[in-house]
Design a protein around this ligand. Structure first.
Ligand SMILES: [Zn+2]
Length: 315
């Protein structure tokens, strides 16, 4: 007998199966065995499924060439008028100064990270080219514009907004699941009675009853930045941040979520700085239990390397 960390019920060992903390279809290879089959399949059809179906997740599955169980890459553009024309592909755009991902250039269209999509053109000729690509016909430009955009074209700004919203909610719900399962894995059964854990379980079991406003209070921040670890696809850290325990999750080496998972610092040892798990690109997992002492050793090593004078009293 053991306890399922989701439904909080004692069950026979054979009622449990392998749970991937980050979905396997998203390249996740970190597994736990403390989620019962019933809860596992509930996630499969709700939180994990919505996550894998999210536009941005599909973009990154394509970028990293992560195929689903049938060996296929996700279809990226089912909702765009370009589905008839498979020749058109999105090109990722990076800020040349900090190399951060900015959005996707789709011929002349930019899909930006705040969830709206705009077509931006440099010239009248370019408008015609792009619209002709979209339509795959030889209609004249006015007919094409009318056909696809109902005259919404703004001459003045050379910009054609399309009402097409990309929701990031699916990623936030998945992040709650990952944070809760990881905190339970690192801390153990003691975490299950924590007030945050009780709330997270309810969110995970009844996700359709919750919306973004209900869960955003747990998020310290959400950002897009590259992980400092080379060769990493995903990473999960549990750390002390001031008076809280925080799980920081990096997905696809881009989306970074930091989630408060407890205010009870006694759940981890006094000497713990953080527990790090790296899901490497080759599918292997690296785990690091970083103590405050080992941080001091790293500090000393770095200073030796930089040939700084070392004042031993400081150590
Ligand atoms: Zn369960």
């Amino acid at each position: 007998m053991k306890k399922c960390i989701i439904c909080n019920t004692e069950k026979e060992d054979d009622e449990f199966n392998i749970e991937h903390v980050i979905p396997e279809s998203a390249g996740g290879s970190f597994e736990i065995d403390t989620v019962c089959e019933k809860c596992n399949s509930l996630f499969g059809s709700t939180i994990d499924n919505n996550f894998l179906d999210n536009f941005f997740v599909k973009v990154y599955l394509s970028k990293f060439d992560i195929k689903n169980k049938k060996g296929k890459l996700p279809k990226l553009w089912p909702k765009l008028p370009t589905r008839k024309n498979p020749k058109i592909k999105g090109i990722p755009q990076y800020n040349p100064y900090n190399n951060q991902f900015q959005g996707w250039k789709y011929n002349s269209a930019i899909i930006d990270l705040n969830g709206s999509k705009h077509l931006v053109f440099d010239s009248e000729d370019e408008i015609d080219d792009v619209l002709r690509d979209f339509s795959d016909t030889e209609l004249d430009k006015d007919e094409i514009r009318e056909k696809f955009y109902n005259g919404d074209y703004l001459e003045e700004h050379q910009e054609l907004p399309i009402n097409w919203i990309i929701k990031l909610d699916d990623l936030f719900f998945e992040a709650i699941k990952i944070a809760y399962e990881f905190a339970s894995y690192v801390i153990g059964d003691d975490y299950l009675d924590d007030s945050f854990a009780v709330e997270f379980r309810d969110i995970l079991l009844n996700s359709s009853k919750y919306n973004m406003e209900d869960i955003e209070k747990y998020f310290f921040n959400f950002d897009c930045e590259e992980s400092p670890f080379d060769g990493t696809l995903h990473s999960i850290f549990l750390m002390r941040v001031d008076e809280s325990l925080v799980v920081s999750i990096s997905l696809f080496n881009c989306f970074v979520f930091s989630i408060e998972v407890s205010k009870n610092l006694n759940l981890v040892s006094d000497n713990l700085f953080g527990y790090f798990l790296l899901n490497n690109l080759d599918g292997s997992i690296s785990e690091y239990n970083v103590t405050k002492d080992s941080l001091k050793i790293v500090e000393l090593y770095n200073r030796l390397k930089s040939k700084e004078n070392i004042n031993m009293d400081m150590m």
